[in-house]
Design a protein around this ligand. Structure first.
Ligand SMILES: Cc1cc2nc3c(=O)[nH]c(=O)nc-3n(C[C@H](O)[C@H](O)[C@H](O)COP(=O)(O)OP(=O)(O)OC[C@H]3O[C@@H](n4cnc5c(N)ncnc54)[C@H](O)[C@@H]3O)c2cc1C
Length: 407
């Protein structure tokens, strides 16, 4: 159904079983699950599909090695399963990624890791060889029954410097393991949307359609014509990620604050020396403050990131000068001899991680798992199922979880 037909149909009959608000990867995922179950579902996105966090990720399709030290074993296991499914089902966008961790110490991070695991400290710190070895052994164990990518391996200092001569010479050794990366996350989202509408022509989706309240009823604000269109769902799914609280208050959902989003920025660097120094690997390293940063060859350039800063309004999130400096400083730590000029930065982008509200002073420690919360609508408004948290990697399982609850 095209845009004109969808709007005309809603003008004739505004009733719909489920309205999914938010056309990021999670909104598209639950839309797909519901449509394929034969549910009368409408998706509304205020901008372009996958233009929020779903376009701003680090492009890792991963289990989340560092979530192990937060004790998020279930999430890592689930993410690895979804990673392997994506490698199988979407090989045109998702490919294996050799990932190398430079290691500067043997023991460091062990006591820190244990203390963090027991909840006695939240402070990030450097991880040494033994901590990394433990994490990678668990990674391999979780995927032992289906070996889609190779297991990890360690390299001595000499072997590491042979492969990556430009890496910080203070290195002690390195570990290489495999995760995956997605080249065009937005395209995979729009492909799923199109496939769904082809399979179930009754399923409807509109972009440039912001949902809000008008005289105590829900309306779509058509960003192209400026008109409003009434919509009367029996249930709303709020899949607006970092915008969840703003959306809840815009649609009259009676909900506490759910979101504690953090913005993350990345740079795209066009520098041959840096590109070649990576030897086709992602370098997954800790900056001097203990935060994980990544860099990897991305479509001929190098993608470097990211930052992790609390924000309230995703529409205001931008990559600021201090973030560029932070990222460049982290790069100079891992490849000290490679100069990056300002003119080498050909693009920058920012997105807001849809993290659950948390008092944790270290943003890296906020749980990365996903869950749903059902809240009432004010007056005669329908209830809203809020999708909270989630990674791009786990969009399918999160969509399935939300669809099960809707059904
Ligand atoms: C810096 C960064 C790095 C990340 N790296 C990774 C990674 O490497 N691997 C990984 O697996 N995950 C990663 N993530 C997490 C991942 O990107 C997100 O978890 C995922 O994309 C969230 O998708 P979503 O659909 O919930 O939210 P979004 O993609 O943000 O979608 C929400 C949508 O709701 C729309 N919306 C808001 N209000 C309204 C309204 N009133 N009406 C209609 N529409 C509305 C917005 O326009 C937006 O498109 C990263 C995230 C960030 C920010």
């Amino acid at each position: 159904m095209n845009r004109i037909q969808t709007i005309a149909g809603l003008r004739e009959n505004p009733n719909v079983d489920v309205l999914v608000i938010g056309g990021g990867i999670n909104g598209i995922s639950v839309f797909r699950e519901l449509a394929l179950q034969g549910v009368d579902v409408l998706l509304a996105e205020k901008g372009d599909y996958c233009s929020g966090a779903s376009a701003a990720l680090s492009r890792m399709v991963h289990g989340g090695l560092r979530y192990l030290e937060n004790g998020e074993f279930k999430l890592v296991r689930e993410s690895l399963l979804e990673r392997d499914r994506l490698l199988k089902n979407a090989p045109h966008y998702v490919a294996p990624l050799p990932t190398t961790v430079p290691i500067f110490d043997l023991f460091s991070g062990m006591a820190n890791g244990a203390v963090r695991f027991l909840g006695l400290s939240r402070r990030p710190g450097r991880r040494g060889a033994l901590v990394i070895k433990t994490g990678l052994a668990m990674y391999d164990f979780f995927t032992a029954a289906r070996r889609v990518v190779p297991t990890h391996k360690f390299r001595s200092r000499a072997e590491t410097l042979k492969v990556w001569p430009a890496i910080n010479p203070a290195i002690r050794n390195s570990a290489t393991y495999y995760d995956a990366w997605v080249s065009h996350p937005e395209r995979l989202g729009t492909e799923m949307l199109r496939d769904t509408m082809k399979e179930k022509p009754s399923a409807r989706a509109l972009n440039y359609a912001r949902v809000s309240l008008n005289d105590a009823s829900l309306v779509l604000n058509d960003g192209l014509s400026g008109e409003t269109i009434d919509v009367k769902p029996r249930l709303v799914v709020n899949a607006t990620g970092g915008w969840i609280d703003l959306t809840n208050s815009a649609i009259g959902a009676v909900a506490p604050k759910l979101m504690g989003g953090t913005k993350g920025s990345h740079l795209i660097v066009d520098n041959r020396e840096l590109h070649d120094a990576l030897d086709g690997h992602m370098i997954y390293y800790e900056n001097e403050d203990g935060r994980i940063c990544i860099l990897f060859p991305y479509l001929g350039n190098v993608l470097v990131g990211s930052t992790d800063i609390r924000v309230d309004d995703p529409d205001q999130a931008r990559c600021m000068d201090d973030e560029r400096q932070y990222i460049l400083q982290s790069l100079s730590f891992v490849f000290p001899g490679i100069e990056i000029a300002d003119s080498d930065i050909v693009f920058q982008f920012t997105g807001v991680r849809p993290l659950p509200i948390s008092q944790d002073s270290f943003t890296g420690r906020i749980p990365r798992d996903h869950f749903c919360e059902l809240v009432e609508g004010a007056g005669m408004l329908p209830p809203t199922l809020c999708m909270i948290g989630g990674k791009w990697t786990t969009f399918r399982s999160f969509g399935e979880l939300a669809a099960d609850l809707v059904l």
